[in-house]
Design a protein around this ligand. Structure first.
Ligand SMILES: NC(=O)c1ccc[n+]([C@@H]2O[C@H](COP(=O)([O-])OP(=O)(O)OC[C@H]3O[C@@H](n4cnc5c(N)ncnc54)[C@H](OP(=O)(O)O)[C@@H]3O)[C@@H](O)[C@H]2O)c1
Length: 291
């Protein structure tokens, strides 16, 4: 394990931004022979308690429907302030109102995650109002059901732009802020298609495999700064994403709130622990043997 923490425990819920800078101490003996030496971290006060998420900022992309909406609701119920991002402002406004009605805090930001300037503006706007996010959830995504010969370059590029480049653009903005604040978590919603690919979805499958790779790169770069990375791979989940497929499964699909609870769990782990990845499936649905 590359990260070490001091034994004393810190008061749960101390906002990361208020902690003194994490001290780093590199030892040649801790180098594994490739890349920079592994860095020893000391978190002032220790890090063994589950995190108190209350009042911290979570940015959730693709929050206007389905899984992202379920994640936003779960994080708000856990006390986080949620910045809900998507293109459909009317749906975001309804979500924000519903969260407020339930006693939570949320705001909406209309943006296309594949647009670099728009992503920068979302994070810059959050800086002014809330400071650094503690959590980013890269959930925005588009699907595909097209035989290979009919996949145009434009369609390939669009799927990559939203599912992968959008996640990268958001992660880059979040990373720089989390690093400066002393830590944070970046959770990306992959798919079981990054485990067992579905047919007629070459760009989608590739984008989700790449998201897994991006998560691991983030985890490596983040470990010196207590920025963790997680990739959650849901199986069939009820949403607008693939209505034909999930409706066909009747009761055998996950609900968005199931993924929401898993994201809350990943965010609440003690700050020296990370859920690197997780695959969640409806029990009765064929997975390793699916068609
Ligand atoms: N449902 C499943 O069975 C399943 C299984 C595995 C993985 N997933 C993954 O879960 C994630 C959410 O999908 P879902 O099932 O909840 O489907 P969904 O209901 O269609 O939600 C997709 C979300 O992504 C947003 N989005 C799409 N393009 C965007 C863009 N360019 N910029 C910003 N937001 C964008 C949509 O909002 P706007 O249209 O308002 O922008 C919407 O909120 C996706 O990454 C998907 O790959 C789903």
């Amino acid at each position: 394990m590359a990260i070490r923490v001091s034994p004393a425990s810190y008061a749960a819920g101390t906002p990361l931004a208020t902690l003194p800078a994490v001290r780093r101490r590199a030892r040649p003996s801790e180098s594994f022979g490739c890349g920079p030496p592994v860095v020893a971290l000391r978190i002032p006060g220790g890090a063994r308690a589950m995190e108190d998420l209350a009042g911290r900022l979570a940015i959730v992309t693709g929050a206007s429907s389905g899984i992202g909406e379920g994640i936003a609701r779960a994080l708000a119920a856990a006390g986080m302030t949620v910045l809900a991002v998507a293109r459909r402002g009317d749906r975001l406004d309804r979500l924000v109102a519903a969260i407020a009605q339930a006693g939570g805090r949320a705001e909406a930001a209309v943006a296309d995650v594949s647009d670099e300037a728009a992503v920068r503006a979302v994070f810059a706007g959050a800086d002014d109002r809330h400071g650094a996010p503690f959590l980013l959830v890269n959930n925005a995504g588009v699907g595909q059901a097209t035989p290979l010969e009919q996949v145009t370059l434009a369609a390939w590029n669009r799927i990559m732009a939203v599912n992968l480049t959008g996640a990268f653009l958001c992660a880059r903005e979040a990373f720089v802020r989390m690093k400066a604040a002393g830590g944070g978590r970046i959770v990306s919603i992959g798919s079981i298609s990054a485990r067992v690919p579905r047919d007629e979805a070459i760009a989608y499958n590739a984008s989700k495999y790449a998201l897994e790779g991006m998560t691991r790169s983030l985890a490596i770069e983040g470990r010196a700064h207590l920025v963790t990375a997680t990739c959650i791979h849901p199986g069939a989940t009820r949403s607008d994403f693939a209505p034909g497929r999930t409706d066909r499964l009747e009761g055998d699909c996950l609900l968005p709130e199931h993924i929401g609870q898993l994201v809350v769990y990943a965010a609440r782990l003690p700050r020296d622990c990370a859920l690197l990845d997780a695959t969640v499936i409806p029990v009765r649905v064929p997975f390793l043997a699916r068609g």
